[in-house]
Design a protein around this ligand. Structure first.
Ligand SMILES: Nc1ncnc2c1ncn2[C@@H]1O[C@H](COP(=O)(O)OP(=O)(O)OP(=O)(O)O)[C@@H](O)[C@H]1O
Length: 291
């Protein structure tokens, strides 16, 4: 069952299109929104979170029409913006009480119970009384998740929540959102494929303001079937081949460079077809190459 639908959404900034004819269907669980810089992810997230108006289209969030019932939609939302600014002199616990009050959790006992439960859920209980200025980037983002979950929202919007995090913090953050499971509809935008490959069953790929793919991560990988090649060339010729092909990855092995190349046809007589990954599928969609 779909909980959030976007139909024919258009958005322009001073008549320059940022989103064109977007159609998306989300259900409960984690939905990944992938796209390179400038694809329109933040614009879409801001529209879904009622921060930004749009010109055309229809957005339905748990049966509410976003254009007509924005106030009610806001009551269902939890939002972690791309740039999550927090008062650094607050402690983690103080911030959650403050945001909880803003969200209408006026009953102190009820608010305290939510704050404590969420601190535990995001693994911040031992640090709850430390000032936020002493938090690492990962701790601040996990606090961001906790504040988004206050007030029992149904639809959680996470805009590039792992940007700038080191690998171990990224994994910790991912574990927290994976735990949320199917209780919520969660949309997570990122340009880091590993953020979504283990946790999202469904994804959309946005490029230049249009949805280029929507479906399962498994089928996204299949989009590159027959188009991913490995090729070993003398390392001295690295620059020549790097310029000639669309290279997804390369590594050095002794005096050779091994290229992972995306191409409709075998790029070289010695090129060997290899099994595509989700990242290959993403690159195929972005580069307009299909198997
Ligand atoms: N306030 C604005 N005024 C004018 N153009 C804007 C504005 N905000 C975004 N844009 C443009 O709209 C397009 C989509 O931008 P958006 O920030 O939504 O992309 P994004 O996928 O979130 O990129 P990133 O990963 O870099 O954050 C870009 O071309 C951007 O330059």
């Amino acid at each position: 069952m779909h909980t959030v639908t976007v139909e024919g959404l258009n958005k322009t900034y001073r008549s320059v299109p940022a989103l064109s004819n977007i159609h998306l269907e989300l259900g409960t669980g984690l939905f990944g929104l992938l796209g390179p810089n400038g694809a329109g992810k933040t614009t879409l997230m801001k529209i879904l979170s009622t921060v930004l108006p749009y010109e055309e289209g229809r957005v339905t969030i748990y049966d509410l029409d976003l254009a007509k019932e924005g106030e009610k939609v806001r009551g269902l939302l939890g939002y972690l913006p791309q740039h999550f600014y927090v008062p650094l002199q607050f402690t983690g616990r103080e911030l959650l009480h403050y945001v909880g009050s803003m969200k209408g959790l006026t009953d102190q006992r009820q608010r305290t119970s939510q704050v404590e439960r969420l601190l535990e859920e995001v693994n911040l209980l031992p640090h709850a009384d430390k000032k936020i200025k002493s938090f690492s980037g990962g701790m601040t983002r996990r606090l961001g998740i906790a504040q988004a979950l206050l007030g029992d929202p149904k639809f959680i919007i996470l805009d590039e929540p792992t940007a700038g995090l080191d690998p171990s913090e990224r994994i910790r953050f991912r574990n927290v959102i994976e735990k949320l499971g199917n209780d919520y509809t969660i949309i997570l935008s990122t340009h880091i494929i590993s953020d979504i490959e283990t946790s999202c069953e469904k994804v959309a790929v946005l490029n230049k303001g249009s949805v280029r793919y929507q479906g399962t991560t498994v089928n996204l990988a299949k989009r590159a079937a027959g188009c991913i090649w490995e090729l070993q060339v003398p390392y001295a010729e690295y620059d020549h081949y790097a310029k000639e092909y669309t290279v997804i990855a390369s590594r050095r092995e002794m005096n050779h460079a091994v290229f992972r190349v995306i191409a409709q046809e075998p790029p070289h007589l010695q090129a060997v077809a290899v099994q595509p990954t989700i990242e290959d599928g993403y690159m195929a969609v972005i580069n307009g190459v299909t198997g």
